[in-house]
Ligand binder design. Structure first.
Ligand code: SF4
Ligand code: SF4
Length: 136
């Protein structure tokens, strides 16, 4: 079995920025998978929430930065509420999105992507979360 070193020494500029913005301690995660099991968007994620934390732990940032999961996350806070180690992945996801926006100078989404008529049944939380991802 190959051992992977979980090391804060692996920190890149992006990882430092993500940790600073989120205020989360990724080393508290014990990879139990509860966050992924309870995530309502899990089926639309190419990297599941617990895998995002693992990739952060080993300093593998590029995979996350190129992932669709961070944009599909609805910021519903379910993962943080279920986590037995108090890791709030919604804050990490927000930190990753902001890091990308600062790096590229823009978001992946544009105002034109907002549909003319928003489905009335969409939860308000999803609408607010969506606006955080659009270009300012
Ligand atoms: S629920 Fe918490 S401890 Fe478990 S894998 Fe997710 S972030 Fe890690
Ligand atoms: S905040 Fe994002 S990652 Fe966490 S449960 Fe909700 S959709 Fe999933």
């Amino acid at each position: 079995m190959t051992r992977i070193k979980v090391s804060p020494n692996n920190k890149t500029k992006e990882l430092n920025q993500i940790l600073e913005i989120s205020g989360e301690n990724i080393l508290n995660c014990m990879q139990c998978g509860k966050c992924s099991a309870s995530c309502p968007i899990g089926s639309d994620m190419d990297i599941l929430p617990h895998q995002v934390v693992r990739l952060l732990q080993i300093g593998s940032i590029e995979k996350i930065l190129n992932s669709s999961s961070i944009w599909n996350c609805a910021s519903c806070f379910t993962c943080g509420a279920r986590c037995p180690r108090n890791v709030d992945i919604s804050k990490l996801m927000e930190g990753i999105r902001l890091t990308i926006i600062r790096k590229k100078g823009k978001s992946e989404l544009k105002v034109d992507d907002i549909p003319m008529k928003i489905d009335e049944k969409i939860p308000q939380q999803a609408i607010v979360s969506g606006f955080r991802k659009y270009n300012k």
